[in-house]
Design a protein. Structure first.
Length: 279
């Protein structure tokens, strides 16, 4: 996944962030980094650029929001304690206009409340400062892989497998990350939420542990603390799958005590293979 242009200036940059390898125009992954501490921002930006990412930097929340809503942004790295506009505020506004844009929050050690709040508001992941460039790059890559983006290439891990499901009156299109109710109301799911649902659907004959979800959806080694991340996302997903008209919606995800989660029998795959697929 390392870009051959590592650490060098990209000579054929076009205004629409692309570069050329042997004459072929490749799209460049664009990240927005919102961090007010200059030294930290510098360090992260350098590491990301050395790995071939196109990085837009912002030193305050307002500027960060403006950068993040520009077209062509693939992922946002968002500090929470920021001048002019807090990271949580930016996240809330961002979720309104770009519900599926991947966001990783950068939090200080000890501020667990903020982290939990960030995840509740729809951040896809978080890293705790101080973190290594390697750790951050691994998180970024995992999220982008899930979003179907790799540096220079567009990937689709699921091949041509279709992915729609029905839940009561709702049709869930996991590829488009969209929920449609029969009254033509629509909702959007984030990359992470779609990935969780797809994983549960693929393994619908059994319960799936939080650790498994962390490994396969987040692409990270599970630790005790991070299993809460899964719960936070499942809670949010359940809320999003509730019928906006207020009618009773069948439960999409069942909690399996002391183990994890399972797709409910009411969540019916319309075009997924029913047998369990090895991850
Ligand atoms: Ca800060």
């Amino acid at each position: 996944m390392r870009n051959p242009n590592c650490g060098t200036r990209l000579p054929f940059r076009t205004p629409h962030s692309a570069f050329r390898i042997q004459g072929v125009l490749m799209p460049l992954i664009r990240l927005v980094l919102v961090e007010d501490e200059h030294a930290i921002r510098r360090g992260i930006a350098d590491a990301l650029r050395a790995s071939g990412y196109d990085v837009a930097e912002a030193a305050d929340g307002q500027r960060g929001f403006e950068e993040a809503v520009r077209p062509g942004v693939d992922l946002v790295l968002l500090d929470l304690m920021l001048p002019r506009r807090s990271g949580l505020d930016v996240l809330v506004e961002l979720r309104k206009c770009k519900p599926s844009l991947p966001v990783i929050i950068l939090t200080a050690r000890g501020s667990e409340d903020d982290r939990v709040r960030g995840l509740k508001m729809g951040a896809d992941d978080y890293v705790v400062k101080p973190f290594s460039a390697r750790e951050l790059l691994a998180r970024v890559e995992a999220i982008l892989r899930r979003a179907g983006r790799k540096n220079g290439v567009s990937v689709d891990d699921d091949g041509d497998e279709a992915s729609t499901a029905r839940l009561g009156r709702a049709t869930i299109d996991l590829r488009r990350r969209e929920v449609c109710w029969s009254n033509s109301e629509r909702g959007e799911l984030s990359e992470t939420e779609s990935a969780i649902l797809l994983f549960l659907l693929r393994h619908r004959q059994r319960a799936v542990s939080r650790e498994e979800l962390l490994t396969h959806v987040w692409g990270i080694e599970p630790t005790g603390l991070e299993t809460r991340t899964v719960d936070m996302h499942v809670a949010r997903l359940r809320t999003k799958l509730r019928d906006p008209s207020g009618r009773k919606t069948p439960e999409a995800i069942l909690t399996v005590r002391a183990h994890g989660y399972m797709a409910s029998p009411d969540l019916v795959p319309l075009d997924l293979p029913v047998q369990e697929v090895k991850a």
